[in-house]
Design a protein around this ligand. Structure first.
Ligand code: APR
Length: 184
């Protein structure tokens, strides 16, 4: 879907580790030590160099806060870089410790915006996202998809090096949710 001249939002069903783009985004956790889901797939396909750079980052800066992003090599992946971001863990009840639904939405949006800002700082042109937080972090798909699409569309409306953003969705249900959210 063309957002404006030379800026494109692409939705596809597939495996993000196969994307030949400047950067793929990883739905990581704050430790940056890998995990399951897309995090596990990216470290498996990308090889040990990615984890080495994550460890060096944590040694220097500490754990990556929710909503923030950092960048490593793509290692053995077809993508040149991996941008790691930490999505919010969705909680139904908002107790004292819990975040309000609005705060959770802001943090999810921040994952996309901070990742795209980092890509633009590095002069990258093509970026691929998974559906952040909608797996192990249990963010409801029908709430997450509109937040994700809006954040990316808003960013693409600005001038930056980023010309193409892909959502690479791992199953039909997730793909349909993003198609609906994009109004495609
Ligand atoms: N390509 C694209 N998307 C994928 C892939 C893949 N190879 N593998 C999984 N996904 C999808 C899932 O189907 C889901 O739609 O990524 C989305 C996000 O799910 P998770 O990977 O579980 O990520 P998240 O919900 O953000 O939870 C992050 O899980 O793996 C751990 O270390 C990670 O603690 C962190 C937590």
């Amino acid at each position: 879907m063309k957002i404006s001249e030379g800026r494109e939002l692409v939705l596809l069903e597939g495996d993000i580790t196969e994307q030949k783009v400047d950067a793929i985004v990883n739905a990581a956790n704050s430790s940056l030590m890998g995990g399951g889901g897309v995090d596990g797939a990216i470290h498996r396909a990308g090889g040990p160099k990615i984890l080495e750079e994550c460890k060096a980052y944590v040694a220097k800066h500490g754990r990556l806060p929710t909503g923030q992003a950092m960048i490593t090599t793509g290692g053995d992946l077809p993508a040149r870089h991996v941008i790691h971001t930490v999505g919010p863990v969705y909680r139904e009840r908002q107790g004292v410790a819990g975040r309000s639904r609005d705060e959770q939405g802001k943090l999810l949006s921040s994952c996309y915006l901070e990742s795209l800002k980092l890509a633009a700082e590095k002069g990258l042109r093509t970026v691929a996202f998974p559906s952040i937080s909608t797996g192990a972090y249990r963010y409801p798909l029908n709430e997450a998809a509109p937040i994700a699409v809006k954040a990316v569309k808003d960013f693409l409306a600005q001038v930056s090096s980023v010309g193409e953003v892909r959502f690479v969705l791992f199953n039909k249900e997730t793909y349909e949710a993003y198609v609906n959210a994009a109004g495609a």
